[in-house]
Design a protein around this ligand. Structure first.
Ligand SMILES: [Zn+2]
Ligand SMILES: [Zn+2]
Length: 85
């Protein structure tokens, strides 16, 4: 009895492992599928008080997060610096 249960648990663990590998290899091949996750402080050169926020994206497959390090964030910081100049 318990042998079957153990076999199932092992199979599920193996399937999990394979799913993660498929997800990671898909990302390596075609790039991550980044989706908007929310926003965070832009951390502009001016400091935290400028009130800018940037989008944060997370990959739907491998769960990789850009922590607000993306093209839109760069643009937000650029505009903020421009406005302050
Ligand atoms: Zn990914
Ligand atoms: Zn700013």
């Amino acid at each position: 009895m318990s042998g079957l249960v153990e076999e199932l648990a092992a199979a599920e663990a193996r399937a999990d492992q394979l799913r993660r590998r498929v997800a990671a290899s898909t990302c390596a091949e075609v790039g991550c599928d980044m989706q908007s996750y929310g926003g965070c402080n832009a951390c502009c050169d001016l400091g935290d008080n400028c009130g800018c926020s940037v989008p944060v994206n997370v990959c739907t497959r491998c769960g990789d997060c850009d922590y607000g390090d993306n093209a839109e964030a760069t643009e937000v910081r650029r505009l903020c610096a421009e406005a302050a100049a």
